[in-house]
Ligand binder design. Structure first.
Ligand SMILES: [Zn+2]
Length: 322
């Protein structure tokens, strides 16, 4: 391996660091996965990323210096162009951390930064569910709801670098309070914690017996609510259905505003399948302009947890860092 067309992609998450060494076709030649241990603070995490890069490069049999550079996918908010993570809630102590400079200094190759949802969107565009397309919106459904907008094959960053916050469309005025401070955002109604919150309220009211039995003393999660629904708890099923419905209202807005070739849904909640996505897609297709809904591909992501790292790796080629 000459390494000339190889790039490094790092997906920095609140719980894990995923690093890939990939070629221009998205083939992964080396990979490393390790815990972030975010509580130890930025310096320790940066050192851990550097270790992860060396490990992945070792597996790919290439020196870091033999690659074109490093793409870093990180939780926002960030200033991607400047390479700075401004204030990441999932990474304690990360305030205005110049992650590209720190990593470039540590590894000796240039690096770039992209927010995680944008990087995953780009990964799906290049190597996943949206291969060959130009205009897509990617929505990630998990603990939060985020998004990435790609227009003419390029990530749309917005004026301040924060575009794509699709989870914060307000779909229920006076609805539950969101992490952003507003009420009734899609994230406050359809993300994992919202499903868990609604389930806890039901149980507190003496309902959802099956779910209460399943949960026992452990904290409620969307996954537990889903398991209860599968086992025939109609009230658990109704919670997931309602979360899907509100997601669908958000998707109507995305479809009508962007008229995308594809709307790609990723993140852990897509594992709930039809129970969650059924009402979402139904609402989206019925609510969007017929001309838009008729041609838009609405499908689930293909790259799984590798999307961010692969997208970041691909960006090193399309947007070479200095
Ligand atoms: Zn919000």
């Amino acid at each position: 391996v000459t390494g000339k067309q190889l790039t490094i992609g790092v997906d920095l998450g609140g719980t894990k660091i995923e690093t890939v060494v990939a070629d221009a076709d998205g083939t992964v030649l080396g990979e490393d996965l390790r815990p972030t241990l975010a509580a130890e603070g930025p310096a320790a995490v940066i050192a851990r990323i550097a270790d992860s890069i060396h490990e992945a490069c070792g597996k790919a049999n290439v020196a870091p210096a033999g690659t074109l550079g490093i793409g870093i996918s990180s939780p926002g908010p960030a200033k991607p162009k400047e390479g700075i993570v401004t204030d990441a809630p999932n990474l304690p102590g990360w305030h205005d951390i110049h992650v590209t400079k720190l990593l470039s200094d540590a590894i000796g190759v240039p690096s770039l930064l992209e927010n995680d949802a944008n990087a995953a969107a780009y990964g799906e565009l290049r190597f996943g569910a949206a291969q060959g397309l130009q205009h897509i919106v990617y929505v990630t459904l998990g603990t939060g709801i985020g998004g990435g907008i790609i227009i003419d094959g390029k990530i749309y960053e917005g004026a301040s670098g924060a575009a794509g916050e699709v989870g914060h469309m307000i779909v229920l005025p006076d609805g539950p309070v969101c992490n952003c401070g507003n009420r009734g955002c899609v994230e406050a109604l359809s993300a994992g914690p919202a499903i868990a919150r609604d389930a806890a309220a039901l149980i507190a009211g003496g309902k959802a017996a099956k779910l209460a039995e399943l949960a026992g003393e452990s904290p409620l999660t969307a996954k537990l609510v889903y398991e209860a629904a599968l086992q025939g708890d109609d009230e658990a099923r109704e919670i997931i259905h309602r979360a899907g419905y509100y997601l669908g209202l958000g998707l109507v807005g995305i479809l009508n505003i962007f008229d995308p070739q594809a709307l790609i849904l990723g993140g852990g909640l897509v594992n709930m399948g039809d129970l969650y996505l059924g009402p979402a897609l139904d609402t989206a297709r019925k609510g969007a302009f017929p001309q838009i809904a008729a041609d838009a591909l609405i499908t689930t992501a293909k790259l799984g947890s590798r999307a961010g790292a692969l997208g970041a790796a691909a960006l090193v080629i399309s947007r070479p860092p200095a």
